[in-house]
Ligand binder design. Structure first.
Ligand code: TYD
Length: 138
């Protein structure tokens, strides 16, 4: 199933007195695309903003595996902000959403699962161009 709207995804989490374990599997509902790449952001200062781009095709799942941060997603018309602060929950971000990542807590780690390899040609880094593309995209 593909999604066109951002949505929260509850991740399978097993907690006992030793702590917690969270799993993401391609075969279950937590990941609805084929995983091709994993990367993570860390050491981001609280006043820094990352992102400032959209992707033409890339599908992603964002997880705050440590600490917290905020994501503002823009579909070309509306902006919505999400706080990621739980390792047991991911934010599924479809293609064609402009994103800003900000308000990182000290020690925050943002894990990103992605549907494809890194490809700069998949990026839209100009906001006006993004609006043109998204408003004419089916
Ligand atoms: P970028 O995606 O712009 O980072 P952010 O959205 O977090 O601000 O990428 C920053 C730099 O890292 C840019 O030069 C591209 C490079 N990069 C890779 O080489 N591989 C990757 O998987 C990613 C996500 C980025």
């Amino acid at each position: 199933m593909s999604v066109r709207m951002p949505r929260w995804v509850d991740l399978k989490t097993i907690t006992d007195r030793r702590g917690s374990l969270t799993a993401v599997e391609s075969q279950d509902e937590s990941l609805d695309f084929d995983l091709k790449r994993v990367y993570f952001l860390y050491g981001v200062g609280s006043s820094e903003t990352r992102g400032a781009h959209a992707h033409r095709e890339l599908e992603q799942l964002f997880i705050a595996v440590s600490g917290s941060f905020a994501m503002t997603l823009d579909d070309g018309v509306h902006q919505t902000s999400f706080t990621l602060d739980a390792p047991s929950r991911g934010l599924r971000v479809p293609r064609l959403y402009w994103r800003d990542l900000h308000s990182f807590s000290p020690g925050a780690v943002c894990l990103v699962l992605a549907s494809d390899a890194y490809d700069e040609s998949d990026y839209i880094r100009n906001y006006e161009q993004f609006k043109q593309i998204v408003l004419t995209s089916p």
